[in-house]
Write a protein of this length. Structure first.
Length: 313
């Protein structure tokens, strides 16, 4: 029998967890060819999430958990779960049921055929998203598809079922600044995509606001493309050419028509515009330097405070 590890990052999911647990255990009963382990990763929750997880671990031996010392983010939670998993196949799922557990049956059957190393999911709609989020997400995938050599699938979710070999390949990359959707593509392996309609949260509220989504998008662009650096250099060259041409125009006008120097308002506008472009390009370079700085610190991706083993002491 194959063992499947289900990794569930949890941050303030006290309302969603009972619904998720009921649903995933129903699916597990249907998959009689498999044994399961449920790895619930408490990412510094401030509600009763950890208490609920402890209760599940006490009554269900399949439930394992990792509790962080503070909030390290979903990327860290997924990495911790992958490190702790021991299954032949490993799945990553959200606790809010936006990743339908019922798809696991189809994903497992397809993976067992041996043709693929990963069965991944992508949502075909953005039902429930705000207009701003829909627009931002749409343009993000268009931009990163053009500037990155790593394939980024529009609508891709973290929900996927992977072989042990693929999981080990992902774990071999210990980088501090993680963008898992890119890492999943970077390691390669044969992947089949399953499409489904975007599901509403069954309980609780989303932990991602626009600022967090924007920061996550920047993480993906910086982590998998150096095009912004080329873009900033190109802007510098263009402005140098424009400045040189304007100098020639001013010299010619002065020699031929004797134009006095004027146009202070326009000069101020030009200075502000050029300064803004310089700050923008400096910001791009600074973003790459910041990521490099964080990597060189070699800090741990997460810190564990408690696991299910502590319940037995």
């Amino acid at each position: 029998m194959k063992k499947i590890s289900i990794i569930v990052p949890c941050y303030n999911e006290e309302e969603s967890l009972p619904l998720f647990y009921d649903e995933i255990t129903k699916v597990a009963k249907k998959m009689k060819k498999c044994v399961f382990e449920f790895i619930l990763v408490n990412d510094g929750s401030r509600d009763k999430t950890l208490e609920i997880i402890r209760d599940y671990a006490k009554k269900d031996e399949r439930v394992r958990y990792i509790s962080f010392s503070r909030n390290f983010g979903k990327e860290a939670a997924m990495f911790a779960g992958l490190e702790a998993s021991i299954g032949d196949y490993t799945a990553i799922m959200d606790a809010d049921l936006q990743d339908p557990p019922r798809l696991l049956v189809e994903m497992f059957d397809t993976l067992e055929e041996g043709e693929y190393d990963c069965i991944a999911t992508r949502s075909t709609s953005r039902h429930g998203y705000s207009f701003l989020r829909k627009t931002f997400t749409k343009w993000f995938y268009k931009i990163i598809a053009k500037i990155s050599k790593t394939e980024m699938v529009d609508g891709a979710r973290d929900f996927r079922l992977m072989t042990r070999q693929m999981v080990d390949a992902i774990l071999s990359m210990k980088e501090y600044n993680r963008y898992s959707k890119g890492l999943f593509s970077f390691v390669g392996f044969n992947t089949k995509w399953i499409e489904f309609e975007n599901q509403d949260r069954q309980a609780g509220t989303s932990k991602f606001n626009f600022f967090k989504l924007f920061s996550y998008a920047v993480e993906g662009i910086v982590g998998f493309s150096t095009a912004p650096l080329v873009f900033s250099a190109l802007i510098g060259v263009i402005f140098c050419i424009i400045a040189f041409l304007l100098i020639l125009v001013i010299i010619i006008k002065t020699l031929i028509w004797g134009d006095p120097v004027g146009g202070w308002p326009s000069l101020v506008c030009i200075i502000f515009m050029v300064s803004g472009v310089q700050l923008f390009c400096t910001g791009i370079i600074g973003e790459y330097l910041a990521k490099t700085y964080l990597e060189t610190k070699n800090r741990p991706i997460y810190i564990v405070k408690e696991t299910e083993k502590d319940l037995k002491k």
